[in-house]
Write a protein that binds this ligand. Structure first.
Ligand code: GRF
Length: 220
């Protein structure tokens, strides 16, 4: 059997993306094993989800470090000790330093609840609504030195509806996140991704799906 991709997941919150990854590992559609779940937040729901599935957890609290670099070094050491191939940020609410990026070049990915490059940063569902955008979605991307700027692996699109609040839109986007993130990780597990500047090349390429969407629909 091919070697399983060893992933380290970093989460600060509820961990629904972590759960989706756990579920796909368990049902065999994702050829990966979660070597460790690391959180900076002792109260993170992600910790309970990991423990319930018998996955090792580690809390490295950023408040215990005066320098961001020192915090990142502690996290990097923990990931390297566990021989992690890929670092998966799943609702990890800290900006990571160049030290971390250099330790895992093109081996750190993130999921963001908007269609990058639109709406990087925080509170992006509300921003998309306030802007009057008709679509939003999620983006899985590699981490580079910027905030939500790295090469894009996969995106999923959802409509923004007239009555949406930040919460209803976030829920609609999250459903897509739970589909997209494990699929993007599976592409990495299969060794099918190559980064060429800003572009992420998938080999062999998946068959293209060319479906345009209109929102609002002008029919009916
Ligand atoms: C998700 O919306 C993700 O895109 C963002 O943080 C949220 C994490 O949710 N980076 P969860 O903890 O995975 O439920």
């Amino acid at each position: 059997m091919a070697k399983m991709l060893r992933i380290g997941v970093q989460a600060s919150g509820g961990g629904t993306n972590l759960q989706a990854i756990i579920d796909r590992c368990q049902d065999g559609s994702l050829a990966a094993e979660i070597a460790v779940v690391i959180t900076n937040n002792p109260g993170a729901g992600a910790l309970d989800r990991a423990r319930k599935s018998g996955i090792k957890t580690l809390c490295i609290n950023h408040r215990d470090f005066s320098q961001r670099e020192d915090f990142d070094n502690a996290v990097v050491n923990a990931l390297q000790e566990r021989k992690v191939d890929l670092v998966v940020l799943a609702g990890f609410m800290r900006i990571i330093t160049q030290t971390f990026i250099d330790a895992f070049p093109e081996r750190i990915i993130n999921i963001h609840p908007a269609l990058l490059p639109a709406f990087p940063g925080l509170h992006v569902q509300q921003q998309a609504i306030d802007y009057g955008a008709r679509f939003s979605g999620c983006t899985v991307h590699f981490i580079d030195g910027g905030v939500d700027t790295g090469p894009i692996i996969m995106q999923a699109v959802v409509p923004i509806l007239p009555d949406d609040t930040a919460d209803t839109l976030a829920a609609r986007i999250l459903e897509q996140e739970h589909q997209a993130y494990p699929r993007a990780i599976q592409l990495i597990a299969e060794g099918r991704l190559r980064v060429d500047g800003r572009l992420v090349i998938i080999e062999p390429a998946s068959p293209p799906e060319v479906t345009a969407m209109l929102n609002p629909s002008t029919e009916g």
